[in-house]
Design a protein around this ligand. Structure first.
Ligand code: AVJ
Length: 312
């Protein structure tokens, strides 16, 4: 068992309570299904954050109180759709800054760079492909102040201790005075959250089951996709959305590439994802724990989502 993907999959599927890491949703096909999710009317986080970044660009930039020039470093830039409005505002106002989008996908970075060069020719863009932290360390050598963007509510996928670890790493790799703009999905009417994740179109189901398709392809496995279903559940007290794949039969799957058999009981679950929803007080606690100061919460008009501005 050589690579981390194989190790993570086997560890998860042989655990007493089976689980798979949600980060493996995003192969090329999974990324396309995630685009479909973002286009569903029920999936409110995308619209909410888009509203914040397009309607409050001016307020966000003013709140930075940065000297010029400065850097905007985006972790997991993806297709950069939401960030576009912020960048457009800055370019239109002739603000002197560099945009440094970082993503692990070369393809995503290529598409983003091409689109931005076309739509905002005056933008100074310095795209990077690779591991967040290696690149953050380089950025620390820059004399200019930096705004770090961690958008989309990705922090919600981390268990509390992992979220704290990640924020501590951000903190360690920032200079004093640097800022972090980080997206959190907020607790709200449970039905709205339920409908965003347990969608009636079955797109989120397809998104989850695609993980089995990926394992079939990568590890030459024989998951019969129709013998598995999807279930997800929001707990309004903890704020946790937990997603599962459900085995509809007692069955055995063969991972041929590593000659390993995985047994599933009737109705056995594989936990695939946590999408935690936060209260503003919890966000404060997380920031303080990581030694950040919360400067402002930029909320959408329905108060579904916040882009929280923190200072080191
Ligand atoms: C991209 C991690 C923010 O948790 O809401 C969407 C992924 N999962 N529907 C989220 C997702 C199911 C999404 N994040």
């Amino acid at each position: 068992m050589t690579d981390t993907f194989t190790k993570d999959i086997v560890d998860g599927l042989t655990a007493k309570d089976k689980h798979l890491p949600s980060k493996y949703f995003y192969d090329d096909n999974g990324s396309r299904i995630f685009q479909e999710i973002m286009n569903m009317p029920e999936y409110y986080p995308t619209n909410a954050e888009f509203e914040i970044l397009s309607m409050q660009s001016k307020q966000i930039i003013e709140a930075l109180k940065f000297s010029r020039p400065f850097n905007i470093v985006e972790l997991g830039a993806g297709d950069g759709f939401k960030t576009f409005k912020l960048l457009e505002y800055l370019v239109n106002n002739e603000v002197d800054f560099h945009y440094v989008p970082i993503d692990i996908s070369q393809e995503a970075i290529d598409i983003l760079t091409r689109r931005l060069k076309e739509k905002l020719p005056a933008l100074k863009i310095d795209p990077k492909v690779g591991d967040y932290f290696e690149i953050l360390k380089d950025n620390r050598q820059s004399d200019y102040p930096s705004l770090l963007l961690f958008l989309g509510g990705n922090i919600g996928n981390y268990l509390e201790h992992k979220a704290k670890e990640l924020l501590a790493l951000f903190h360690k790799n920032m200079k004093r005075g640097d800022k972090l703009l980080i997206g959190f999905d907020l607790k709200k009417n449970p039905i709205i959250i339920h409908n965003a994740y347990y969608d009636k179109h079955g797109i989120t189901k397809r998104f989850n089951l695609n993980l089995l398709v990926r394992i079939n392809r990568t590890l030459d496995a024989d998951f019969k996709i129709d013998d598995f279903d999807f279930y997800c559940h929001y707990s309004p007290i903890t704020g946790d959305v937990k997603s599962y794949i459900v085995s509809l039969r007692k069955q055995t799957v063969h991972l041929k590439a590593i000659d390993k058999y995985i047994h599933f009981d009737y109705d056995e679950l594989i936990w695939t994802e946590l999408s935690k929803k936060y209260a503003l007080e919890e966000i404060n606690d997380l920031a303080e724990h990581a030694k950040f100061k919360v400067e402002h919460n930029f909320l959408d008009c329905k108060h579904y989502f916040t882009d929280s501005l923190w200072q080191k």
